[in-house]
Design a protein around this ligand. Structure first.
Ligand SMILES: Nc1nc2c(c(=O)[nH]1)N[C@H]1C(S)=C(S)[C@@H](COP(=O)(O)O)O[C@H]1N2
Ligand SMILES: [Mo]
Length: 325
């Protein structure tokens, strides 16, 4: 018998991608009731006598952050830097979008701890001279590693500034040797319902998948991150491998990648296939084009709660505007 969990009201497609201001007011509401935070949850179960021998305190957020391995720190590429201060690391690690685990941003870090990231095989396939599989550790040995500071702008109108460690997507493409028929690069995330409870939500087209044109993928900004803040990626940020395309809305930057596939025709993408009126294939950051349900003119910088104007292509116009003329 197959058990299909009926959707909870807060998981229903109707409330997909909560506009930032609703999210904040809901948090403030919960806070006013004293219902926010691990401390209060532990306290509540204590009061009601639910604390049994099996009770395990939840992992602390600091437990989810890896220590710097022997490769670190990666060489800083000073070309990609920021005049604004970096986002606080703990803030970035506790406010995530990763629907494979949950749609609640402040709970991803706890649930993602279940994902098994070792070993991690990546397949490279489609329009390539020779399809192959490679383990993440072997791949890293072949790639030119560096650190870059990038801005990140979510379609929900929040943003952050973080240092990524990794390598350019172009270096992976050179390694993959696509044929002349390759016009697009599709990337797919892992699919493991037993480790990722959000993947049981049958209305989403999991596994998550994204795609770029070859010109976008070859652009110098397109980056594959294996680390953040000078150590490997915590699982909530997409360990062990995620895309970073900083001139596009955050949903293009797919996490937990297991497959790169070169294609002749344009592939679908997770959000565009799910809600095409709200999320496009190209999804470049553009302050003049509002989302159907909210403005994109400004964004909230997480950690400092500063509201700042959104910039065309998220400020990366000089690198990418020529791709769209
Ligand atoms: N596999 C996968 N990748 C994903 C997502 C997701 O739900 N699943 N969410 C995207 C969205 S909407 C954003 S804003 C960023 C968030 O990255 P972060 O949580 O590391 O800040 O990841 C993107 N990549
Ligand atoms: Mo996002």
């Amino acid at each position: 018998m197959t058990l299909i969990k009926s959707p909870k009201i807060w998981e229903m497609p109707g409330r997909l991608i909560t506009p930032e201001k609703d999210y904040i007011s809901r948090r403030q509401f919960l806070k006013s009731l004293g219902l926010l935070g691990i401390g209060s949850v532990a306290l509540m179960s204590g009061c009601t006598g639910e604390k049994t021998a099996e009770f395990r305190p939840p992992a602390k957020i600091t437990d989810t952050i890896p220590a710097p391995g022997e490769n670190y720190p990666f060489r800083k590429n000073e070309k990609y830097t920021s005049t604004r201060a970096l986002t606080d690391e703990i803030v970035a690690a506790s406010y995530n979008n990763y629907y494979e685990f949950t749609t609640e941003k402040d709970q991803v870090w706890q649930l993602a701890a279940r994902l098994k990231t070792e070993p991690w095989e990546i397949s490279i396939t489609g329009e390539v001279e020779k399809a192959l599989n490679v383990g993440i550790d072997d791949l890293l040995k072949k790639m030119p590693l560096e650190e870059r500071i990038y801005r990140h702008r979510c379609v929900e109108a929040w943003s952050m500034i973080v240092p990524w460690s990794g390598f350019s997507l172009k270096s992976l493409i050179d390694f993959a040797r696509p044929t002349h028929k390759a016009n697009y690069l599709k990337m797919t995330s892992f699919f493991r319902r037993n480790e990722a409870p959000g993947q049981k939500a049958v209305w989403y087209p999991f596994p998550y998948y994204e795609a770029l044109t070859m010109a976008e993928a070859m652009n110098e900004l397109s980056f594959l991150a294996t680390g953040i803040y000078g150590h490997d990626l915590p699982k909530q940020h997409g360990a062990p491998l995620r895309l970073v395309v900083p001139w596009k809305y955050g949903f293009k930057s797919i996490k937990g990648i297991v497959k790169f596939e070169f294609t002749e025709r344009r592939p679908g993408t997770f959000w565009n296939d799910f809600q095409s009126e709200e999320y496009g294939f190209t999804a470049n950051v553009n302050p003049t084009v509002p989302h159907p349900r909210w403005s994109q003119a400004t964004e909230r910088l997480i950690g400092v709660n500063e509201r700042i104007p959104t910039r065309m292509y998220n400020g990366y116009e000089a690198y990418v505007a020529h791709l769209y003329r």
